[in-house]
Design a protein around this ligand. Sequence first.
Ligand SMILES: Cc1ncc(COP(=O)(O)O)c(C=O)c1O
Length: 374
Amino acid sequence: MSFDPEKTIEQLKSLGRYRRLTLPCGLDLSSNDYLGMADHPALREAALSYFGNEESSVGSGGSRLLRGHAQAHQDLEDYAAQVFGCERTLFFPTGFQANYALLTTLPQRGDVVLYDNLVHASMRDGLVACRAKSFKFPHNDMNALEDLLKRYRGKAQNIWVCAESVYSMEGDQAPLLELYKCAERYDAMLIIDEAHATGVLGEDGRGLVYDAICKNKGYEHIVTLYTCGKAMGVAGAIICSNSGIIDYMVNTSRPFIFSTAPMPVQAVLVQKSLEIILSTDGAARREKLHKICRYTQQLLGGHGGHIVPIILGEDSVSVDVAEQLQNKGYDIRAIRPPAVPAGTARLRLSLSAKLKRENIREFVNAFEDIRKAL
Ligand SMILES: Cc1ncc(COP(=O)(O)O)c(C=O)c1O
């Protein structure tokens, strides 16, 4: 047996890339619970009410195509289709599984997938297992994308273009309309991951794609993915598209077919969360978050979003600074490769509606003191 985990662990330690599991501790500046929904009383009540019914089962007991398909899954998918204005939706237990399912199911042998250099690991891993050839374009570079589209139009059977509406580690946005026009011009299909826009941005928190594209253009040329474990405070992901794409996923997607369906209560909670996101409560939370974003931008600069990258460069420096901040009571984590490109290790300051201006002011002062002493 030549497998030597110790050797890899030692290498990771020497590179400053070793990780350990750490429980939450201190002021939350690192979770994706942007709207503070994860401990929303209405979600707790919905769970209690679900389990208060003696007939409610805990586990789904099977895959969706067998006995695991519960009324709660059906209700959520119907409701989400109304919310996002599409023909059908499909619910997955996690965003990772949903992205992996999309990329391993839709692109076929003979197709080409063009993806932004910064898309999430779940899309990349799907591409590794996918039968189509894939090529990356530099982050948000529409000229480079168009060059690739020109090169492969006519040669590839179908072309798929993958991007995120808000990038998870940079916090910046994709030029969605340009992406869509470009894809339309070359008859390509877009796959947009709305993980970090869901609940936070767009009309009533529907994300950015609905406003920019789907409200007017529908879902003929687009698939969108909404994760439910970030601003929605629950877990899972909803894929939206036209009924042809969703029916194809149901019939051929191996991560969908060969996996136990999510616990029905997960679907109940996601639906409840979506209802709150669309309500005045959701709007008030977004307003609070956006105020904190504007205030943080005044102090730290950047694009004013809810994900604020503080690039420190070296892995060991980012670990050291994060540890010093943790010792001062801030739960902020060092983000290192492979989550970000080498040489761009960072603190990822994640803002939430629960934060107050003084939290941010005090954090920035603490950070500046540490930076000066570096
Ligand atoms: C952009 C993006 N897509 C997908 C995922 C995966 O979602 P989940 O955490 O629900 O598996 C993440 C998780 O961090 C993400 O940042």
